[in-house]
Design a protein around this ligand. Structure first.
Ligand SMILES: Nc1ncnc2c1ncn2[C@@H]1O[C@H](COP(=O)(O)OP(=O)(O)OP(=O)(O)O)[C@@H](O)[C@H]1O
Ligand SMILES: [Mg+2]
Length: 269
């Protein structure tokens, strides 16, 4: 695909508003088996542009696998994913990033020996592959430097820009990871447990960051911290044993008997 087509795809109905809005993401019958184990079982849902969707559920429910299937990091056994009306079920992962699918990981993926700025610029450059050579001097290229600077500022790491990622605290590394995803200017952002392993105050800061993401970015958020998840979400799906067992507003999810049974003993307030 050429760069101009790529750009047209991004603008098509993900950000421009022509007529009634259609889902930015449509997941239909998504299934993944590993040998005899079904990790994701016939999962279907839709997400509207700009929506914040929380994906909750106990350990092993299939949440991360669901994200990997949507992001084309894992092969689906059955089903279909549409992104901006386009069937992406068979396209390669790197194409998807260029179309505007961003993702952070449960386990962080940054280069410790590189500075914060270099990490973010690499991410910004990665999504522009084809328009720029990987080996071009990125430092002088404003179309990479500007989104990188903006992403660093958005997560509040300006002062850390010249410091190597290895020197950052754990919470700052999670901020950096969010900056990596933002530098790729995503239309849809998949956040896998951005609060994992953080202290209460760091989690509060991450909550603020996620809450302050630009309204036009659609966010899917996996989060074990129920307060954080339901506080940020417009809508929520709850997975259990590979299936979606409940879907609704945070209030509906809190009131759902099946959800309450799963989280028995854990306060949903
Ligand atoms: N590559 C794999 N090979 C075999 N089984 C896998 C693989 N990836 C995931 N699974 C299994 O699929 C199920 C769902 O795993 P997944 O990581 O998606 O759960 P999760 O909801 O993200 O859990 P957690 O909350 O602990 O992160 C688990 O039983 C897991 O062991
Ligand atoms: Mg997981």
């Amino acid at each position: 695909m050429t760069a101009p087509e790529d750009l047209a795809d991004r603008v098509e109905d993900g950000r421009a508003d022509g007529g009634s809005p259609s889902p930015v993401l449509r997941v239909h019958g998504l299934t993944r088996t590993f040998g005899g184990l079904t990790a994701v079982d016939s999962v279907s849902f839709e997400v509207m542009p700009g929506e914040r969707l929380a994906v909750i559920g106990p350990n092993g429910a299939g949440k991360t696998t669901l994200f990997k299937l949507i992001a084309r990091e894992e092969r689906m056994t059955a089903g279909r994913v549409e992104f901006n009306g386009k069937d992406i079920s068979r396209i390669p992962n790197y194409e998807l990033a260029r179309l505007g699918m961003g993702r952070t990981y449960q386990v962080t993926r940054i280069f410790p020996a590189l500075t914060v700025q270099e990490n973010v610029m690499l991410a910004a450059q990665g999504t522009r592959r084809g328009r720029f050579s990987m080996f071009a001097p990125a430092r002088g290229n404003s179309s990479i430097r500007d989104p990188a600077r903006e992403a660093i500022a958005r997560v509040g790491l300006e002062k850390m820009a010249p410091i190597t990622a290895a020197e950052l605290g754990h919470g700052q590394q999670r901020q950096l990871e969010l900056a990596l995803a933002l530098a790729m200017e995503p239309i849809v952002l998949l956040l896998d447990e951005p609060g994992a392993g953080l202290s209460a105050s760091e989690r509060g800061m991450m909550r603020e960051l996620v809450a302050s993401l630009p309204a036009d970015i659609t966010v899917l958020l996996i989060e074990h911290d129920m307060q954080l998840a339901l506080g940020l979400a417009d809508r929520c799906i709850c997975m259990h044993n590979a299936k979606v067992i409940a879907e609704g507003t945070p209030e509906e999810i809190k009131a759902d008997r099946k959800v309450q049974d799963i989280y028995l003993g854990k306060a949903l307030e």
